[in-house]
Design a binder for this molecule. Sequence first.
Ligand code: PMP
Length: 428
Amino acid sequence: MNYTKSDALHKEALEHIVGGVNSPSRSYKAVGGGSPVAMEKGEGAYLYDVDGNRYIDYLAAYGPIITGHAHPHITEAIKQAAETGVLYGTPTAHEVKFAKMIKEAIPSLDKVRFVNSGTEAVMTTIRVARAYTGRDKILKFAGCYHGHSDLVLVAAGSGPSQLGMPDSAGVPQSIAKEVITVPFNDIEAFQIAMDTWGNEIAAVLAEPIVGNFGIVEPLPGFFDHVKEIAHQKGALLIFDEVITAFRFTYGSAQNIIGVTPDLTALGKIIGGGLPIGAYGGRKDIMEKVAPLGPAYQAGTMAGNPASMLSGIACLEVLQQPGVYERLDKLGAKLEAGILAAATKYNTPITVNRLKGALTIYFTNEKVVNYEQAEATDGELFAKFFKKMLHQGVNLAPSKYEAWFLTTAHTEEDIEETIIAVENAFKEL
Ligand code: PMP
């Protein structure tokens, strides 16, 4: 494959855009460097780069593109938005229709509010939880990404029940000390942290099914305990469903694990590919938000007609019968092919899959928490990543990011991908 134009574009981008990318995860730093491939066109399950190379895409733009690129129904909705004015700064019928659709799919949401990104959605749930409880601290689980606001860019201290350290320059220590981080799926560490700080904690923030160090499901009963202990201490439970909502079922991961949070943050899929975030939850908590209550949150672009119409169209596609069964079937076929290739070539991998999302970890160990995901073989992954790219398969350049199937992928795409995986494993 020829990457002349991608290489040239990256060089030029480096002159003008910091690091040449508008989000650090797009750089190839974690896979040994090089120019990230610049895409020019998306169509169904495929992306085409500026040099004309075609890729079967499993990045799905880090999750939102579950219906494939340029889905006709969503494209039509975006055209309608373009033709009728993309922003009014007033209420619209679209946002009411969309709020009703989302509430119907996620019953724990009595009230919602639309914002522009997952970062904003999570950031605001924390503010609302603090306003409701009158407390400042939050507890989160190690390795779970919740956007780039100050409070959630905090890593664990050295023990299971220590206060956080800033995970980014520019995050004040005074903010980091309001954050407690414990390992995912470790109920004992959680209990210790809650015994120590529970009475100061406004909320426990969690992905109900982890999507950020690969696909990692909670151990049976984990979140039942988390919720019970949180509530005993007077803390709220916030689920960050930015990746998980509408991913595995028409609705949220909370519908799957059977644990209802007090507040939920949404993003990604619900925008059909346009910028969006949303948050919502119990009526008495949500009524703390302005203009009803004292917790302030606003947005010039919030609930904009284009994102609303695109989001409605996306959910309409996902409402069609058989969508999630098909994603599951294709996911199972892909997983089986990957595992068979690994056996054939003696490649040390573990696959975590739920429906149409999976992660290949380069390890023989089970992965149920961040420490284990972090300990997997990054060098082997980097080689694998490049070999897949050069065979026309686009993945995230990260050793524990998920592969996302879309409604546009076909059995043939999966078969082509399995052949590429076999070739890659053979050469590793
Ligand atoms: N929460 C989770 C679980 C996410 O995966 C992400 C983005 N990867 C965010 C929040 C932040 O969303 P955004 O990038 O739209 O700000």
